[in-house]
Structure formats: C-alpha cells, structure tokens
Design a protein around this ligand. Structure first.
Ligand code: Z5A
Length: 219
C-alpha cells in the first residue's frame, strides 16, 4: 500500500474554497488518484455534530476556550478516524480548513495565547502534519460580499466584527511567512479560473514530489 498526502485549502471567508476544492477533486480523479474530500470543523459524524455547535448563530455566548477546545476535539476525531487511515491507504486527502485556521482565528484574531493554541493543535494532530496549505487570500470585505450574495444566514463565526476577520487573514499571511514551504498563498480577488489554475499547479507539484506512491483507481 502506498503513502498518500494531504492538501488543505484554507483562507478568508467567501474566498472560493468550495469551488477550488471541487476542481482539485476532479483533477485528482482525472489523474487516476483516489481523493478524500473533507472539511473542518467536521469530516466525521462526531466532527459534524461539533460543527453544528460551533457555527450555530444562536449561541454567541460561547467562551473562547470552549471554542478552541471544540475545534481541537473535532480535529482529533478527524485525524484518527478519517485522515490517517486514508493516507495510509495511499489516498490524497483534501480538507476545507485545518490546523492553520485555529492559529489564525483562535490566536491571531481571538487573541488566545499562542502556546495554548499550539498545544491544542499538537494534541489533536498527534504528530501528523498536512503536506501543503493552499491559502486563498482575500480582503474580508469582498469575502463577506460574496457570502451575502449567496443569501444564506451568516454563521456564528461570520457574524464576528470585520476587524476579527482582518486579523485572521493576517494570521494566515504571518504563518506563511514563518513556514514558506508549508504554504502557497493565492490572490483570490482574481477571476476564479485563474485561482483554480494556480491551485492545480500546486497540486501537480505535490503529486510530482510524492511520485507514484499514491493509490490509483476508484476508492
Ligand atoms: N474556524 C476557526 O475559527 N477555527 C478552526 O480551527 C477552523 C475553522 C477549522 C467555518 O468555516 C468557520 O470556522 C470559519 C473559520 C472558523 N469562519 N469564519 N469566519 P467554513 O469553511 O465552513 O466557512 P467559510 O469560510 O465561511 O466558507 P465559505 O463562506 O463557504 O467560503 P468559501 O468556501 O471559501 O467560498 P465559496 O462558497 O467557494 O465562494 C463564495 C461565493 O463567492 C460563491 O458564490 C462563489 O461562486 C463566489 N466566488 C468564489 N471565488 C470567486 C472569485 N474568484 N470571483 C468571483 N466570485 C467568486
């Protein structure tokens, strides 16, 4: 059995993660690779229940530490139940958000101590690291406009002040500055086709790096 790898698609709200991930999935399949598409918070039955609690707009009273630990709990379950088995089976895991989001939102935006946030991330990751974070970078003002155009009710995180979302954006840029080999920053204010094309270029580079170790065919 080959060894797979993991790509995270992350970044600002409304930056186009959903669309880019769909394109990555199709691209991987066209290359004959087995893709596992997943998301955070969520990705497992337990994680999806935690997601409902985290994003429910009716509970704005959630305290910051409870929020951090819930993201961590969902991730621990995600890693053990879904991600590690898929990678061991040689599949390519593509996750909509992952651990960089916790540093960006709970540390850089929320202001929780960086040591505490890293500790929760390490506990949840159990030594695992994703191979690449593709960050779709967008001014949150533009991102929220796109989300509003979808006409859906905003979730608990989206109702935070604009300043909070600006700090989270800067958090991703700072993480990329500190660990450039783990991050690809894409300007998501450009036409979607250009963003998708760049994202697929990053994926192709990862496939080359992992040359021939992944499982092929339908899951
Ligand atoms: N969070 C956290 O705090 N800590 C953590 O550890 C984790 C997460 C893991 C849930 O995320 C929230 O949890 C999130 C971070 C926090 N909240 N905040 N704030 P989520 O991923 O479920 O929610 P989201 O970020 O709000 O996702 P989204 O709004 O669905 O964004 P998206 O998937 O990137 O956008 P999209 O649906 O692909 O695109 C939005 C619209 O824009 C859509 O109509 C597109 O057609 C359009 N679009 C996309 N790209 C373009 C371009 N390039 N041009 C024009 N129009 C475009």
């Amino acid at each position: 059995m080959g060894k797979g790898f993991m790509i995270v698609c992350d970044g600002s709200n409304g930056a186009g993660k959903t669309t880019v991930i769909k394109a990555i999935e199709e691209h991987l399949k066209s290359r004959g690779l087995q893709a596992v598409i997943t998301r955070e918070p969520g990705g497992t039955p337990i994680g999806e229940k935690i997601r409902d609690i985290l994003l429910c707009p009716d509970t704005p009273e959630m305290c910051d530490v409870a929020e951090l630990m819930l993201f961590g709990a969902a991730r621990a379950q995600h890693v053990q139940e879904k991600i590690l088995p898929a990678i061991r089976a040689g599949k390519v895991v593509v996750s909509d958000r992952f651990d960089a989001a916790t540093l960006s939102f709970q540390h850089y935006a929320r202001g929780l101590d960086i040591g505490l946030v890293k500790q929760i991330n390490e506990l949840a990751l159990d030594g695992f690291r994703p191979d690449m974070n593709i960050i779709l970078d967008l001014d949150p003002v533009l991102g929220l406009e796109r989300v509003h155009q979808r006409g859906e009710r905003l979730d608990r995180m989206e109702t935070q002040k604009l300043e909070f979302l600006q700090k989270a954006r800067q958090g991703y840029l700072e993480q990329a500055r500190l660990s450039p080999s783990m991050f690809s920053i894409l300007d998501a204010s450009r036409p979607l086709a250009e963003v998708v094309s760049d994202a697929l270029g990053v994926v192709d580079e990862l496939i080359r790096r992992h040359g021939g170790q992944m499982a092929v065919g339908t899951p």
